[in-house]
Design a protein around this ligand. Structure first.
Ligand code: SAH
Length: 502
């Protein structure tokens, strides 16, 4: 049996990119991951294949796991010989009960490491535009639990002492007790004009911030319906928010966007959207697999050198073709001197990475665009090779044939639906998605297939963005409406259409 090992990891305050490199490494290593309500579930996509993820914020019968149950589960999973990663919101040792979990492990003789995380006390304040210390304004900051009832007889929080501090006060878990907290501080002499901010769900797309003074923040929070989880920041540094509020000013701030491309291809779109402040959820509705009749395909690949033209109509086509070439122990020299055509810039870039210069990219990045640019170029009897998906529109083939070309299709890959995950999709949509992106017809078709007609209503509150008119047509045929449509049929074009029309 493997030796049990536990990582207690701080996932950071919400934005998944705020996890540490070490924390991420321990997610990748884990056999079992126990995660909290406040840890971003997007981080689970980094788990290794077959790793088990348990949401300890929500038990199967929907009650919350007690701390004792969590400790027991942690011990049980470790003792089964697993590497267990316990993923907690913020920092594990800041009101995260990480200390208790570590003690339990110590007592049972299980080896563990604790990986710090960015606490919401600092991270959520930052994304709210508030530095917790600032030269000449605040020389210390104090993180306090707001969970205790400050009016109870023997509170362990000393409001008398806190009221006298010049530094920034940050309360966690305090929304429910807000008026008691502010009341006690004023009672002990803190000025009622002291600026106060609440940052709700800081560092996420659902971040909301309210500011007021110690005297009227309670009323403001009531009015604006700010709930938990929020941090309460008290001190003059709150005033810096007017100038330093960078996060809420990003163009896609507050937008939760679904990316449906393959895992491998998602990152460009995901990273661009994230850098503009969007909260991105990746739910791949397609997966690329090699075609089944590889023997036939290999024979065709060996003939590629006969081609006058080789047309690549997708990045996946390029990747699959070269993977197969390598598998049959051939390299770039085997494809001959035919002219290379790429449907668009992304495909051209993929070819460049393989060491091939592209001879032609059409003005319009569609099959029709290719046909237009080849009109009068293709001579009767020219041989055209077409490595592409098994299900692909026929019009490119027929168009080329009409020009007199001999077309050799190589159906080199298939686009399949990843293992059925309807439940996950339903959860994502129920949680609320502002914009769903489709970068190909398959992404849209598959999403609807996974979702099921009976659940179509869940798409009502989401806008839909498509990469171009062909995907757009598919989306309309599925009975959905389009809110954003790219003009250049590229990721950049898709994003621009969102930015322009939002
Ligand atoms: N270990 C965590 C805190 C856990 S206690 C950390 O270091 O951040 C839970 C409290 O943390 C919540 O009640 C809330 O006050 C605060 N909190 C956690 N994540 C937050 C977020 N994204 N935005 C605002 N407050 C958050």
């Amino acid at each position: 049996m493997k030796k049990p090992y536990v990582y207690l990891v701080g996932a950071g305050p919400g934005d998944e990119d705020l996890i540490t490199v070490k924390g991420l490494a321990s997610i990748k290593k884990a056999d079992v991951i126990l995660y909290d309500r406040l840890a971003n579930p997007n981080l689970l996509k980094y788990k290794k294949e077959g790793a088990v993820c348990i949401d300890v914020g929500k038990a199967p019968d929907h009650h919350q796991y007690t701390q004792e149950e969590i400790n027991n589960l942690l011990l049980q999973k470790a003792k089964e010989g697993n590497v267990v990663t316990r993923l907690k919101g913020g920092d594990p040792y800041v009101f995260g009960r990480g200390g208790e979990e570590a003690q339990t492990l110590y007592e049972e003789g299980i080896s563990f490491e604790v990986v710090p995380g960015i606490t919401s006390a600092i991270g959520a304040a930052n994304y709210g535009g508030i530095p917790v210390t600032h030269r000449n304004i605040s020389t210390s900051f104090h993180v306090i639990t707001g969970h205790e009832d400050p009016t109870k007889q023997k509170t362990s929080v000393n409001y008398g002492a806190l009221a006298k501090l010049e530094g920034t006060l940050v309360f966690l878990m305090g929304v429910g007790n807000l008026t008691e907290i502010t009341g006690e501080l004023m009672k002990y002499g803190k000025a009622k004009e002291t600026p106060v901010a609440l940052v709700h769900r800081g560092t996420t797309s659902r971040q909301r911030t309210v500011t007021a003074t110690l005297e009227n923040i309670g009323e403001e929070v009531q009015k604006q319906q700010i709930k938990s989880p929020s941090i309460i920041i008290i001190g003059e540094v709150v005033n810096l928010r007017d100038k330093l509020n960078w996060f809420e000013k990003l163009p896609l701030n507050g937008k939760k966007i679904l990316v449906t491309r393959t895992r491998q291809q998602a990152s460009e779109l995901t990273n661009r959207l994230k850098s503009m402040g969007a909260d991105v959820v990746e739910f791949p509705t397609i997966e690329i697999k090699p075609a089944e009749n590889l023997q036939v395909i290999d024979e065709k690949i060996k003939e590629t050198h006969k081609a006058n033209y080789i047309i690549f109509t997708s990045v996946n086509g390029v990747e699959s073709f070269f993977k197969r070439l390598q598998a049959i122990k051939l390299d770039i020299r085997a494809i001959g001197n035919g002219k290379i055509i790429a449907i668009g810039t992304a495909t051209a870039e993929a070819l460049m990475e393989k060491g091939l210069l592209v001879d032609l990219v059409p003005e319009v990045f569609t099959a029709e665009g290719i046909l237009t640019s080849l009109e009068g170029v293709i001579q009767k009897g020219d041989v055209v090779f077409l490595p592409r998906a098994e299900i692909a529109r026929k019009n490119l083939v027929t168009g080329l044939q009409q020009m007199g070309a001999i077309v050799e299709e190589i159906p080199i890959y298939q686009t399949v639906i990843p293992t059925h995950r309807q439940e996950e999709l339903l959860e994502i949509l129920e949680d609320g998605i502002d914009i769903i992106t489709f970068t190909s017809s398959s992404t849209a078709n598959h999403l609807m297939e996974i979702l099921g007609d009976e659940n179509k209503g869940l798409l009502q509150n989401s806008k839909i963005a498509v990469i171009g008119p062909i995907t757009g047509k598919t989306v309309m045929e599925l009975g959905l409406s389009i809110d954003f449509q790219g003009r250049e049929y590229t990721i950049e074009g898709l994003i621009n259409s969102i930015l322009e029309e939002l």
